[in-house]
Design a protein around this ligand. Structure first.
Ligand SMILES: [Zn+2]
Length: 297
């Protein structure tokens, strides 16, 4: 244990100090090798943290301006989901501005939720009350209703990912699927770069999952058939400049030069560095009586 925080991925308590990044301690789990930011993000802190400025200069350089690229990324995810399983109803955890829901609503009946009041306000203007504001763990949702529960690059942000996945499993109907994307701390890029890996961004990222940690978390939630692959993203050159230069230098050399910025925005490319995992898992088809018998044996 490190300041009372164990491994957010597998729930293990045997952790030790690994890195110090931006003043935050990151601890590594001896069991599953996932990293945990030794910092508690309360609901109040989260709602304040994920305000307008988070989506405009925080982890995202300009979330709304990136919409065309994000939509194409989401189209790619839809293709992958459809190839695996169809179903009729889909729920998105951490839907932000609702771009994925907009793409997905061509194939599923969709609903979503986000902790950010700023993002939900925009999403609701466009997609109405299918998008709800609040804490996924607290707002009552109909259980056993969904064929898909998905969360794109959000599980690393939440204080209690194991509780999120357990809740997602409850929302799924038997045979339903969960899909997540998140950084893979065991990937070649992450191991090569160590504390300089681009996704080590506390306090917005609280858990850096290994595949083993992810697998343990999903199985503990009663999900099975856990499958891993990687996913890339289409990025504009403008976004890449922001990431490479850092916010201050980007503001100085790019942001104020509108023509340069427009040019950089017009160029985009798809990159898969292999350090983001795409993971799916299934809720068992077993009848309730069977699971009671199993847990009793
Ligand atoms: Zn662990």
């Amino acid at each position: 244990m490190h300041n009372g925080i164990g491994c957010r991925a597998c729930g293990g308590q045997d952790v030790r100090q690994r890195y110090r990044v931006k003043g935050y301690d990151l601890v590594i789990c001896r069991r599953c090798r996932s990293l945990t930011t030794a910092y508690s993000m309360s609901e109040t802190k989260a709602a304040a943290f994920y305000d307008y400025s988070y989506f405009h200069g925080g982890d995202y350089q300009d979330y709304e301006a990136s919409e065309p690229y994000m939509r194409r990324n989401f189209e790619r995810l839809v293709v992958r989901l459809k190839a695996l399983y169809s179903g009729t109803r889909l729920f998105e955890m951490g839907c932000a501005y609702g771009y994925f829901l907009d793409v997905a609503q061509r194939y599923w009946e969709v609903a979503g939720m986000d902790i950010s009041p700023a993002a939900v306000a925009v999403a609701r203007e466009r997609y109405g009350d299918t998008v709800r504001h609040g804490n996924f763990l607290k707002v009552p949702l109909a259980e056993g209703q969904y064929d898909w529960v998905v969360g794109w690059d959000m599980i690393e942000h939440v204080e209690a990912p194991r509780a999120y996945v357990a809740m997602a499993a409850q929302l799924l109907q038997p045979g339903g699927h969960l899909a997540l994307t998140t950084g893979d701390v065991g990937s070649g890029a992450a191991r090569l770069l160590g504390r300089r890996w681009r996704l080590l961004t506390p306090p917005s990222h609280l858990t850096y999952f290994s595949r083993q940690g992810m697998d343990l978390m999903l199985r503990d939630a009663g999900l099975s058939d856990v499958g891993f692959s990687t996913v890339g993203y289409e990025r504009s050159l403008d976004f890449v400049a922001f990431r490479l230069l850092g916010e201050k230098r980007y503001d100085r050399y790019v942001k104020r030069h509108l023509r340069l910025r427009a040019r950089l925005r017009a160029i985009s490319f798809y990159v898969d560095l292999g350090d983001i995992m795409f993971v799916t898992a299934t809720k068992s088809q077993a009848s309730p009586e069977l699971s009671v018998r199993r847990s009793g044996s």
